[in-house]
Design a binder for this molecule. Sequence first.
Ligand SMILES: [Zn+2]
Length: 100
Amino acid sequence: MCDGPDFSTETFPKARKDYRCEECTRPIRRGTYYHKLEGKWDGEFCTFRQHLRCHNIAMKLIKIIGEDINFGEMREVLKEIVSHNRRRRIVMRKNKNQEG
Ligand SMILES: [Zn+2]
């Protein structure tokens, strides 16, 4: 996937129908709140949807690794972290160059 979007809008609406979560691929049920990111990447309009829980995990992971994670890549990143920390707990670390 590409770098930053040309522009994007982040909202937390209530699902009007069932959607699929970009991260865990499980359904986002109608009537539940979810994280929605709409924007334009490389001239193409895209909409990404995540469960609030999946969104929160992704945000925590971004803090831990100090890098952005693309939609749909959270599980891969998690797998990597787990394989590197099989016998140790993941230590939350503050990134010195953290932005925002
Ligand atoms: Zn999910």
